[in-house]
Write a protein that binds this ligand. Structure first.
Ligand SMILES: NC(=O)C1=CN([C@@H]2O[C@H](COP(=O)(O)OP(=O)(O)OC[C@H]3O[C@@H](n4cnc5c(N)ncnc54)[C@H](OP(=O)(O)O)[C@@H]3O)[C@@H](O)[C@H]2O)C=CC1
Ligand SMILES: O=C([O-])CC(=O)C(=O)O
Length: 267
């Protein structure tokens, strides 16, 4: 039995748990969970039978094969470092944290020294298999254009001083590099950091708030010496958390399921 622990019992944590319980992820058990919101941890515990831990320290001491971070950028350092130090592999959803190069290198070196893995799912985007192969040539440009409904960007837009009622037409609310993008939109643009890590090249990012949009759209352009990649993905958002595309959770489920598969398809 493959034993997992989950930090963050929101949209993604709940979805992964459901897929363990319904057998989509086979031979797996959710053993331990932690969320700063006890109510959310309690409903996931009812579903999975998992132990509710009182802290991240508590959770990483359990007998686990994999710890899944699906909480927030701020939680990543603690979850990943403590999981690795306790000899557990870790899957990170809040990949935006790794825009901090020092943190990225620290975790990478730690994983190497303890012989464990850090998994970064493709999340809400696609095409990373091709981009990783292109990286073996020369990458010249990486662009991500993300269009989301206004409510999906609500928290970040309010912090940036936008009055949401004034947005009547699609408006460019951000244009700049990946490092600034994730600072301004920490809950919306983790994918720009995943893309940049796969390409080993900092993405240029544009974010558009569209009051008529119903889907989270990510358009990727990568130019390289091997060829040009264009990917456009239009994701259905989660009802419980419209900031998050359902594909992000499906991507994590697929990654966990594939860990046990004898055949690996895609780069
Ligand atoms: N890689 C990718 O492609 C994608 C990544 N994401 C990221 O994945 C993460 C999970 O997303 P999602 O499930 O939709 O988020 P939710 O907000 O639905 O769930 C996150 C849960 O984690 C809790 N939480 C947040 N910080 C901590 C902490 N430090 N310790 C313990 N619990 C914490 C939250 O509590 P509270 O309610 O109190 O905040 C909430 O219950 C987010 O960081 C999101 O930005 C999302 C989409 C795509
Ligand atoms: O789910 C999405 O469409 C992307 C997202 O929120 C993120 O990358 O943070």
């Amino acid at each position: 039995m493959f034993k997992i622990g989950i930090v963050g019992c929101g949209a993604i944590g709940s979805f992964i748990s459901k897929k363990v319980v319904d057998g989509t992820i086979k031979n797996t058990k959710v053993v331990a969970i932690y969320d700063r919101n006890l109510n959310k941890a309690e409903s996931l515990s009812e579903l999975t039978g998992a132990k509710i831990c009182s802290s991240i320290d508590d959770l990483v001491k359990e007998d686990l094969d994999l710890v899944i971070e699906c909480a927030s950028i701020k939680a990543v350092e603690d979850v990943a470092e403590k999981s690795l130090r306790n000899k557990k592999d870790v899957l990170i959803m809040s990949v935006g944290a790794l825009a901090d190069k020092e943190l990225f290198l620290k975790l990478q070196n730690l994983a190497k020294s303890v012989g464990r893995k850090i998994y970064l799912p493709s999340g809400a985007i696609g095409g990373l298999d091709a981009i990783k192969a292109m990286r073996l040539g020369k990458i010249n440009e990486v662009i991500l254009k993300t269009t989301k409904p206004v409510n999906a960007l609500e928290d970040a837009l309010k912090n940036l001083g936008y009055n949401l009622k004034d947005i009547k037409n699609p408006v460019v609310v951000f244009e700049g590099d990946v490092f600034e993008a994730i600072k301004d939109f920490p809950m919306n643009i983790n994918v720009s950091v995943t893309l940049s890590i796969a390409a080993e090249f900092p993405a240029k990012v544009m974010i558009i708030a569209d009051p008529k949009a119903k889907l989270n759209k990510h358009e990727i352009l990568v130019k390289s010496s091997i060829g040009t990649l264009k990917v456009c993905i239009e994701n259905v958002p989660f009802e419980e958390n419209p900031k998050t595309s359902a594909l992000a959770a499906y991507s994590a489920v697929r990654l966990i399921r594939d860990l046990a598969e004898p055949v690996k398809v895609g780069t």
